[in-house]
Design a protein around this ligand. Structure first.
Ligand SMILES: [Zn+2]
Length: 114
């Protein structure tokens, strides 16, 4: 995922919600990001700090990130395991019939306003 594109997308969404709710300034925005979504948190925060300076409504808004751990489900043994550690092969039964059940999320969870 391209971090700067993500930041512009989030800013656009936040501004839309702020406008609808007659919010004057935004203190912080919390994102939920899956562990394997491909977003690098440090880059995201750098891009954010650069991009919000151009936005009068949110030029001091902080970006908070909550990570959602990646989990994979095995169809053969019905087990669930940590994706980052074992990837596609189930550690219980060595099956490859597995799929990601969480960890690819990208959500705006909440925003703090004044
Ligand atoms: Zn299994």
């Amino acid at each position: 995922m391209h971090e700067l594109g993500v930041v512009f997308y989030v800013i656009r969404d936040v501004k839309k919600v702020a406008k609808e709710n007659q919010v004057e300034s935004i203190e912080s925005v919390t994102l939920e990001i899956g562990e394997v979504s491909g977003v690098v948190h440090e880059y995201l925060i750098d891009c954010w700090n650069w991009a919000v300076k151009k936005e009068p409504m949110m030029d001091h808004a902080k970006l908070k990130i909550e990570m959602i751990p990646a989990l994979t489900y095995c169809e053969d043994c019905k087990g669930t395991y940590k994706t980052v550690r074992y990837a596609k092969i189930c550690p219980y039964c060595q099956s490859e019939h597995t799929y990601l059940i969480q960890g690819n999320e990208f959500n705006i969870k909440e925003m703090e306003v004044t």
